[in-house]
Design a binder for this molecule. Structure first.
Ligand SMILES: [Zn+2]
Length: 509
């Protein structure tokens, strides 16, 4: 399939590296933390691919996508289109879920639109099952599935303090309470009118007095209104002038009104979210929520953990639509389970996934997309994965290679490195002590014949342990030299020898 040639790569700490990598293979890029693995894979190869892609877009599109600087590299030849599947949390929004990312929900929506029965007798379309469409979304929560409620207890920072000294969370150093829309002097007027002071500890205020602060009062008209951030910071006491006469509205109503405009982090600190009353958190309007296929509704299927989903799926009534869609649905479910994602339900929000989970979800999405001729760059895909799931991860990555793609996998875990076909080790140290290629070659065809020469780069190592005539299991009078004070790497042949072989087994306790 040709080669990817990189000349004079000098991004970050890379030491003017020249490198030739086989395309159509699984290439592991390993080395100590900070050695330059990420600089090589993501900051050079992926960045160059993205830059070239952006260069093909219109100036208008480029403006929106932002500028990608040229990587510090002499040349990159033979570069396929890259897909970077990193550890970043998915920059999703409240409408992106495990099910939408893997395409599983689309298939189930299609199935329900064609085959489900609406108890209300309505003719169903795919839009009825999508909370991203006006037709499908619950009108109460606009398809978000949650109802927000300002929770007054979340506003209290320390009940032993007074309002002036910071009893409430949104208190500035000068005593101004954000969202109160009154200066500290005006706040004092309000307090005095109700028989207390801004200097009264919150815990010594009566229930009625606290309610005045939280929910407002119509006992007196005050100088009330929104203030700019600058003026809030400036106030030291009596300086602010009234903007308008009005009633103090209280913190909770003002925060609730702000929340309606935007669910920004500032106000979400004081909000408890619970399932929307109207749709029970399913986000769907009545037809999409209640339409049944056998015993299942779409929301009921989406709420089940993927590892428990096979039974209800196989219990769906047979029919031509389901027969056609079933293999695609089950292959997605199976791959998610194999990658240790079985604990997730399809309605799980993508923004709540860990970096490792998000990366594996993206892998499933790429696999089912069936792309070929691409270069996939991955960042420690086994991070957070149970060691038992590593062989399954290796099979999934093999599938991508078998489909005609190239894999560049940044990897620390030697157990995973040994599954690769080609290894590049960046090192020898971190930062300015790294940035060199200390090994570049195929994984050895035989674990004991011709190991790659990593040891040779560590000249200071002298003493060694020599193992002769080892016959445990399938070893045939093997000889092994382990250098002390050096990085020793044991490679395993690919294919049949997926079985683990390690030094530990040569020295049974
Ligand atoms: Zn709702």
């Amino acid at each position: 399939m040709g080669t990817l040639r990189i000349t004079d790569a000098a991004e970050n700490n890379l030491d003017h590296i020249d490198l030739e990598l086989p395309l159509g293979q699984w290439v592991a890029v390993t080395g100590p933390s900070g050695s330059g693995k990420t600089s090589l894979v993501f900051d050079t190869i992926v960045a160059e691919s993205q830059r070239r892609y952006l260069a093909t877009l219109s100036a208008r599109a480029r403006h929106y996508l932002g500028k990608v600087g040229r990587a510090r590299v002499g040349s990159v030849e033979g570069l396929p289109v890259c897909v970077a599947i990193g550890q970043r949390a998915i920059a999703g929004h409240a409408r992106s879920t495990v099910g939408t990312l893997t395409g599983t929900v689309d298939l189930l929506r299609l199935l329900f639109a064609r085959a489900a029965v609406d108890p209300g007798g309505e003719a169903l379309s795919r839009s009825h099952f999508s909370f991203n469409t006006p037709l499908g979304a619950c009108s109460n929560c606009q398809g978000l599935g949650v109802a927000d409620r300002v929770e007054p207890s979340l506003l209290i920072a320390d009940p032993s303090l007074s309002i002036r000294d910071g009893a409430l969370v949104p208190t500035l150093a000068n005593g101004y309470t954000v969202y109160s829309q009154v200066t500290l002097d005006v706040m004092e007027e309000i307090c005095v009118a109700h028989g207390f002071s801004v200097h009264t500890p919150w815990s010594q205020m009566t229930e009625v007095q606290r309610d005045v602060i939280l929910y407002g009062t119509k006992k007196l008209k005050v100088a009330f209104g929104k203030h700019s951030i600058e003026s809030r910071m400036r106030w030291e006491g009596i300086t602010a002038r009234p903007r308008e006469e009005g009633y103090y509205r209280g913190l909770v109503p003002v925060i609730a009104q702000t929340l309606q405009r935007s669910r920004n982090p500032g106000v979400l600190r004081f909000v408890r979210s619970s399932a929307c009353d109207a749709c029970g958190g399913t986000r769907l309007a009545r037809p999409g929520r209640e339409a049944r296929l056998g015993d299942s509704t779409l929301p009921s299927l989406l709420a089940v953990a993927v590892e428990d989903l096979e039974a209800p799926l196989l219990a769906l009534p047979k029919g031509p639509v389901w027969e056609a869609l079933r293999p695609s649905v089950l292959s997605r479910i199976t791959r998610m389970r194999r990658l240790g994602l079985g604990h997730l339900a399809l309605d799980r929000l993508s923004t709540s996934l860990s970096g490792g989970e998000a990366q594996r979800i993206r892998l499933v999405a790429q696999l089912v997309a069936g792309l070929s001729g691409m270069l996939f760059a991955l960042d420690e895909p086994t991070l957070g994965l149970h060691p038992e799931s590593q062989p399954a991860m290796a099979e999934v990555l093999d599938e991508l290679v078998d489909a005609g793609n190239t894999l560049l996998v940044v990897e620390h875990d030697p157990d995973m490195v040994r599954y690769a076909q080609h290894v590049v080790a960046v090192g020898p140290g971190a930062g300015p002590h790294g940035g060199k290629i200390v090994f570049d070659g195929p994984t050895a065809p035989d674990p004991l014949g011709g190991p790659p020469g990593v040891c040779a780069t560590r000249k200071h190592a002298t003493a060694e342990i020599v193992l002769r005539g080892a016959t445990l299991h399938n070893l045939e009078h093997a000889e092994l030299r382990v250098r002390l004070g050096a990085l020793n790497v044991v490679w395993v042949r690919r294919g049949r020898a997926r079985a683990r072989w390690s030094l530990a087994r040569c020295f049974p306790r």
